[in-house]
Design a protein around this ligand. Structure first.
Ligand SMILES: [Zn+2]
Length: 309
């Protein structure tokens, strides 16, 4: 499909945007794998724990010390803590129990995830939709069998190629190295077997094979959303807690790409069949089939004609 880049500067800018898009596709791609693992542990603990429901939210009220915690919250804390301690994380941290709602462990995957996420309170939105939080979760819980080195590679790209990249430009070779890392990560068997993992791999491979930004995937709802997120975050100056740049060229380029996509979207919709046109075609087809059937069944066969004479 057509590329948006026409001059050298724009190509490098677009390489940068490609890697930003890749990071967002990574977050999307990990959703099924992460929620499946969390959900299966939550179900297992719910089945084992036959205690009454907490009515106090012990962690938030009493903090780290479990002296006053109810039996249910104590049980959940001890089981989740085991998953953290057995992980032997290279970057251990103190879990902020007073900022976690233990009352919600039986219902909320997010609340369980927070036990394993360093600085989860700094995440503005859902912790499961934040790349840094997801990497922390995967690194610090035994539920996930992914090496720390693999996680470090992703964070290195996020920090060095995107958040701290003052030029907001990347050479094509740099872009390809980043996308190769994403592709390797998504091809981990437990991830590639999920729908979200497959979809993200398809998107990132399309980015990899394209010279510039492929309009084909940017016109898809997840592509539009990813681009809008980059644009809004850059526009609002809150790309990420590690981000410390602001570049007018990037903002202009993101606005320009969005404008082109909006203009071409109308064209694509015009070209594609509308639901009304589809309905009309189906009616015509049914009519044709009925007419053919009626014609064939009402025409006398050769044998019956011969018998008449
Ligand atoms: Zn409790």
């Amino acid at each position: 499909m057509s590329d948006f880049g026409e001059i050298v500067n724009k190509e490098k800018l677009d390489n940068y945007v490609s890697v930003q898009l890749g990071l967002r596709y990574m977050v999307n791609g990990l959703q099924d794998y992460v929620t499946k693992q969390l959900h299966s542990k939550q179900t297992e603990l719910k089945q084992k724990c036959a205690l009454v429901h907490c009515t106090l939210n012990c962690s938030s009220i009493f903090g780290e010390s479990t002296k006053k915690w109810c039996a249910t919250c104590k049980y959940w804390k001890s089981e989740l803590l085991n998953l953290y301690e057995q992980c032997h994380s290279p970057y251990p941290f103190r879990i902020k129990w007073n900022k976690i709602n233990s009352i919600s462990f039986p219902q909320s995957l997010e609340e369980i995830a927070k036990v394993f996420i360093k600085d989860f309170h700094a995440v503005r939105h859902s912790v499961l939709l934040d790349l840094g939080a997801l990497m922390s979760l995967i690194r610090n819980a035994t539920l996930f069998d992914i090496s720390s080195q693999t996680i470090d590679e992703i964070l290195h790209i996020r920090n060095n190629c995107c958040a701290h990249n003052y030029l907001v430009e990347l050479h094509e070779a740099e872009r390809n190295i980043c996308l190769d890392v994403f592709i390797r990560f998504l091809k981990i068997p437990e991830i590639i077997c999920t729908d979200s993992g497959k979809n993200a791999l398809n998107r990132i491979e399309t980015l990899h094979q394209s010279h510039g930004l492929p309009e084909r995937i940017l016109q898809q709802p997840d592509g539009r959303r990813a681009l809008e997120e980059i644009r809004n975050e850059h526009h609002n100056g809150d790309m990420d807690q590690n981000s410390i740049y602001s570049d007018e060229n990037l903002q202009e380029r993101l606005d320009e790409i969005t404008k082109i996509l909006n203009e071409r979207r109308k064209y694509h919709f015009y070209l594609g069949p509308s639901p009304k046109t589809m309905k009309h075609s189906v009616i015509q087809l049914i009519f044709l089939i009925c007419f053919t059937y009626w014609y064939l069944s009402s025409t006398p066969s050769k044998e019956s004609l011969q018998g008449t004479y």
